[in-house]
Design a protein around this ligand. Structure first.
Ligand code: ADP
Ligand code: MG
Length: 885
């Protein structure tokens, strides 16, 4: 039983307050067909909306089954509409983009009934109104009468207690009206039907009770309810179930809506995706560039390690000192005389100030300790030693040919060259430097090497194989002619002849380009000789004799010595931006170690090391000054024995007429000048190539990346602190990091660019989200009617907002995906352009992680942007919403 008690309703507009209902009281039975009659504007719709819980009364009370609704909350009204009320409107109010079945299902959807049950109940309801065979049609494919029957089916599908119909036949012709009315009469058999009409005949014919309204007041009631009848039908309380709708339902509702506007949705998504495209491209580019820079850094740093030399100059402080010196505004004298500008001497003094001897042995020991963390930061450590590799051509048929240190430039040839005006800048030293670079030690880190070089033929040397070397060609498969001459690939005699012609002032023709097959190159071998192998001990004189001038000795020596085999031909990897092998031939550090150990274990080395005072080459003390003052005849005889036959003969002839004293006086002087060429112990050590493995002359630390470089610098600093604390100020290490100085400014630039890009990203994001917000708002405006319909069948405010949120999420997702797909497509030509401009292929790559994050960001942003419109939608007054067209 429904009781309306003294209900009033006023509508306040800008200009006047309209009283739509004025103290209306009406009690309705649980089962009757009430027709409400009255002229237009008399308040019929208002009354119906208040009964249906769609509109709120100002004063009075609506009592449902004996329960007052004064304290009803939104949720209770939603539930009431959903479970107790069914609405039928004059204008059908079907949702155009949903099928008939979905329209009917809607009420069930909101109450959270399972899909299967929904379909069953809806089909049943549609069958009841005679439309069981039309369920998949869209509303606009039906006639007015059919649409109204669909509306009735929708109103009935929840089996409500009360059916409210607002002029249900108002838009129908008489014939169809009769059909609909018959249907309503049938429905009214077991529930309360309240129908608004302004057709008295229809009311008369079908309704069991007629209530007449005028100016918001009841002026007539054909069958008023008597209070005492209350006992007859006991009020039955129907519990207000909860209306609930899953987010999935909201999603599918929105998806259906968007499907009907495919073109627009795609355009919207595209517009929204522009921001995402921008971001994706920026990210792809910046991450690509970052990767590239990281690789370049890694490669570059491998060629430019942190280098610690035995004698180091602090380049940074030296450069700043020199800048000071050259300052133009720094003159401290008057401009009255001529003054010297001490550029060179100033530099020398700076050099000597900044020069510092590093104890590399102690440092080596320190970084090689177990607990040294340096291995976490370096890809490899290279120790350099003062050692000239003695390399010879394997071919000794025409005598030996020394390849390293190179003898390619003969003195006369060079002097001739340097005398020529055309050779201007090229000095003998620069040529010499070229030659010394032909053979160079490779890095110990095989992985790094393999990333820098492709193997053209053969392979990388095996681990620890000291007699395996590689040949390195440039990116065009070329090796400089100079290196080829040095290695004796091309005949050294030809080169010497060219030099000779040049010296004589003859024309020199450029020879034809030479070429070698990989197999030829791989068959090439070199011989290497130890510095100590050149000397042979003479038991008689106790002197080690240099045999380098003895051709047959040298031929035998080279023939018998170990062979260096070219096992592979390497070419710089075009992807790698740096290559660490300086020369044309790379040898392993194992070779260096092998040679050092061999030399150290040789007899001459042992002899020299055992007696640091005596020169093994002369068997005389290094310090000749004291020695000569009291030289004896025996000692002179000893010395004479070390001379050549010829010289010994000369000595005999000359000394035969002299006394011992005369001989001492005469030859002491000569011997002093001959033997005492100020040779020192250190000179001999160097000449023999004696190297202490624990005392490198350089330490090159190859950092794995920039951060590692800082970490390495820190380790050096820590080492220095330890030494200082222990009072060994002289043991501290200084090093040069020019690349670090240079690169740190590059990082600053990269950081700056990144910030600018982030700025772009932010702007794109804001723009695209504002876009989506506006579009959602438009969608809200467009779907006002739908909002009203949904509210009328029991959708809560939350349901409405979640429908719009679902919509923005779908748009956000589509935008994101579209943006990613378009970006990926755009990256193809972008990469092609970059590749053609810079030669760096595939630099811009969008990482998958970023792509996913972008889609999520797009969804979150559109959701946020859509929150205001969706809230607005939720707040819409359902009555107003329904009135809108
Ligand atoms: P009926 O359905 O009988 O034609 P209504 O119930 O729609 O009449 O309207 C009753 C009165 O209230 C009318 O005068 C109408 O102008 C006014 N009214 C209805 N809804 C509103 C509203 N939202 N704002 C202002 N006035 C309204
Ligand atoms: Mg009306």
């Amino acid at each position: 039983m429904l009781q309306i008690k003294n209900i009033s309703k006023k509508y306040a507009t800008k200009y006047l307050v309209q009283s739509a209902l004025d103290d209306v009281s009406l009690t309705l039975r649980d089962n009757e067909f009430v027709a409400i009659l009255g002229p237009s504007g008399s308040g019929k719709t208002t009354l119906l909306n208040i009964i249906g819980g769609l509109d709120r009364y100002d004063s009075g009370d609506l009592i449902i089954n004996g329960i007052s609704t004064k304290k009803y909350k939104d949720r209770d009204w939603d539930s009431y509409r959903n479970h107790t009320i069914g609405f039928v409107f004059q204008s059908y109010n079907l949702i155009p983009h949903q099928s008939i079945l979905s329209n009917v299902e809607l009420a069930l959807t909101i109450s959270g009934i399972s899909k299967k049950e929904r379909k069953r109940l809806s089909t049943e309801a549609l069958e009841k109104v005679g439309l069981g065979n039309q369920i998949h049609k869209k509303p606009n494919q039906l006639s007015g009468g059919q649409m109204q029957r669909v509306a009735i089916a929708r109103a009935l599908v929840n089996n409500p207690d009360i059916l409210l119909a607002d002029e249900p036949t108002g838009a129908l012709d008489t014939e169809t009206s009769i059909l609909v009315m018959d249907l309503l009469k049938e429905i009214a058999k077991d529930r309360l039907v309240i129908m608004v009409t302004h057709n008295p005949e229809l009311a008369e014919h079908y309704a069991t009770r007629t209530v007449k309204l005028r100016d918001g007041k009841i002026i007539d009631d054909s069958d008023p309810y008597q209070e005492n009848q209350q006992d007859v039908t006991k009020p039955e309380h129907k519990s207000m179930g909860k209306t609930s709708m899953s987010f999935l339902t909201a999603l599918s509702l929105s998806l259906n809506n968007l499907k009907t506007k495919k073109a627009r949705t795609i355009l919207t998504a595209f517009a929204g995706s522009i921001g995402i495209i921008g971001i994706a491209l920026i990210l792809a580019l910046s991450s690509g560039i970052n990767n590239y820079i990281e690789n370049v850094q890694k490669d570059t740093l491998s060629t430019y390690p942190i280098s610690i030399e035995r004698e180091s100059i602090d380049m940074t402080s030296m450069m700043s000192t020199m800048m000071e010196h050259n300052r133009s505004n720094g003159i401290t004298h008057d401009l009255d005389k001529i003054y010297s500008n001490n550029i060179v001497t100033g530099m020398f003094s700076t050099l000597s100030e900044e020069k510092k001897a590093n104890d590399l042995g102690a440092f080596k020991e320190y970084i090689e300790r177990e607990d040294s963390k340096i291995n976490d930061y370096v890809s490899t450590i290279q120790y350099g030693y003062d050692l000239d590799l003695q390399i010879y051509s394997s071919d000794t048929t025409n005598g030996v040919t020394q390849l390293n240190p190179s003898k390619l430039f003969n003195r006369s040839g060079m002097s001739g060259m340097s005398g020529m005006s055309g050779m201007g800048g090229m000095s003998a030293q620069s040529m010499g430097m070229m030659s010394s670079n032909v053979f160079s030690e490779m890095l110990g880190n095989k992985e790094l090497l393999e990333s820098q070089y492709d193997v053209l033929a053969g392979r990388f040397p095996d681990e620890g194989a000291y007699n395996e070397v590689v040949l390195v060609v440039d990116k065009n498969n070329e090796i400089s002619d100079f290196a080829l001459y040095t290695m004796d690939f091309m005949n050294q005699e030809d080169f010497k002849n060219i030099q000779k012609s040049l010296a004589k002032g003859e024309d020199v023709k450029e020879p034809d380009q030479a070429s070698f097959t990989y197999d030829e190159a791989l068959n090439k071998t070199f011989k290497f000789v130890l510095n100590t192998d050149y000397y042979v001990y003479n038991k008689e004189t106790g002197v080690w004799k240099d045999m380098r001038e003895d051709k047959s000795f040298m031929t035998k020596l080279v023939d018998d010595s170990l062979e260096l085999k070219i096992v592979g031909i390497l070419k710089p990897n075009p992807e790698a931006s740096a290559s660490s092998i300086n020369g044309a031939v790379g040898y392993t550090s194992a070779l260096t170690e092998y040679i050092i150990n061999k030399i150290n274990n040789s007899d001459i080395t042992k002899a020299q090391l055992a007696d640091k005072e005596t020169n093994v080459f002369t068997n005389m003390p290094f310090d000749m000054n004291g020695y000569m003052e009291n030289i004896t005849m025996a000692e002179i005889n000893d010395f004479v024995k070390t001379l050549s036959e010829e010289e010994q003969q000369q000595f005999k002839v000359l000394s035969s007429t002299m006394t011992e004293d005369q001989i001492i006086a005469t030859f002491g002087e000569q011997i002093r000048s001959a033997a005492g060429k100020e040779t020192t112990y250190e000179d001999n050590i160097a000449q023999l190539g004696i190297v202490n493995l624990d005392q490198p002359s350089t330490i090159n630390l190859y950092p794995i990346n920039f951060e590692a470089k800082d970490a390495i610098a820190k380790i050096v600093e820590d080492y220095n602190t330890i030494q200082k604390d222990a009072g060994h100020e002289d043991m501290t290490i200084s090093y040069t990091d020019l690349v670090g100085l240079m690169m740190s400014s590059i990082t600053t630039i990269i950081d700056m660019i990144s910030y600018v890009l982030i700025g772009f990203v932010a702007i794109s994001l804001v723009v695209s989200s504002i876009m989506i917000g506006i579009i959602t708002y438009i969608s809200v405006l467009e779907r006002t009617k739908e909002i009203g319909i949904l509210r009328s069948i029991g959708a809560s405010k939350r349901n409405i907002s979640s429908i719009f949120n679902a919509e923005t999420l779908i748009i956000g997702f589509t935008s994101g995906m579209l943006g990613i797909v378009i970006s990926l497509l755009l990256l193809i030509p972008i990469n092609a352009i970059i590749a053609s401009l810079s030669g760096i292929s595939k630099i811009a790559i969008l990482p998958w992680g970023y792509a996913i994050v972008l889609v999520v960001i797009s969804m979150i942003l559109t959701l946020i942007a859509g929150l205001i419109p969706s809230k607005k939608a939720a707040k819409k007054d359902p009555v107003t919403a329904l009135r809108s067209e």
